[in-house]
Write a protein that binds this ligand. Sequence first.
Ligand code: UDP
Length: 366
Amino acid sequence: MSKGTVLTVVGARPQFVKSAVVSRAFSMQGQLTEKIIHTGQHFDDNMSRIFFDELNIPEPVWHLGIGGGSHAQNTGRAMEAIEKIILEEKPEFVLVYGDTDSTLAGALAAAKANVPLAHVEAGLRSFNRVMPEEVNRVLTDHVSTLLFTPSEVATKNLANEGIKGEQVINVGDVMYDAALIFGKIAEQKSSILKSLKLEPKGFVLATLHRKENTDNFSRLNGILAGLGTSERVVVLPLHPRTKNRILESGIVVPKNVMVIDPVGYLDMLMLERNAFMVATDSGGVQKEAYFQGVPCVTLRDETEWVELVELGVNKLVGASAAAIQDALKVSRFPDVALNMYGNGDSSMRIVEAVERSIDRRRASEK
Ligand code: UDP
């Protein structure tokens, strides 16, 4: 018999990857019923549907279809819709991931309805409040009941804000679970190298979608010019927002940059694994490069994953063409262990901790 319902709120691509392994753990463990709310923040087939299909994510029970508005509009509308679902479903827990507007909407709706909230990927900080993601993270952490951190640094960040104790659990990173579980499947199913005619270690893989880069044409231009200096092909699966901004700006994409549509996660894993180097402003892709033992240059001025920079596997280069040019020349991955983010059992530990918390609450209510 189910011990109750957990409502999971997702909406954007990185959340599909993270939630896939936790949903898998929920169904393997079998004691709680998970029901998924998809806010609709990402809705294109190649930004949403493909992840549900390839990663076997249970079909969302609710599709809110909310997207396209401002940050406040999206957050407000999602909050209203999620509150209604919470009041009807009376879940034991609400589960949110990462740092998007969907995360914050789920968090605030749960907190105000007095439903326990679990935040997966808690404690990350860029210390740059201009980033919409940073505001979402800080607020979500401060209303969470359980905070699942992926790293020691994240746990320390929370402690510095006064959030500590047994509600903070360093479970490692669910994205490592995902890379391990789906890496094997990707080897069998993906034919992306062949279809793009790429040689292993013969290309650079790039992704670009952070607002601070896409909406600032001088940075956008610097990054594309920097990628253009590589003597290798640079494969760029292009996020829809970046595509629109490039078109608006009139910036010409350099010849060696191979722009392709966003790819599914299995293809992405194969591109990462076989890249000479990764260049990205994505949070998730920085870590995935490390999981695959591939050096990464980060196209930002700061990162939440500072331990990768300290380890020497990730280099912060910002948006300067010259700095990117230098960084793309030599691919060197130091001899370091690849398990800094846990053992691949983060998703199981999350499910167990949620269940323990429910048991404890019930026991205290008796
Ligand atoms: N990803 C993907 N296809 C792509 C680009 C990214 O499957 O074309 C995956 C990537 O492997 C990672 C996740 O999407 O698991 C990261 O999402 P994104 O970069 O959009 O967000 P961030 O991690 O910066 O929050």
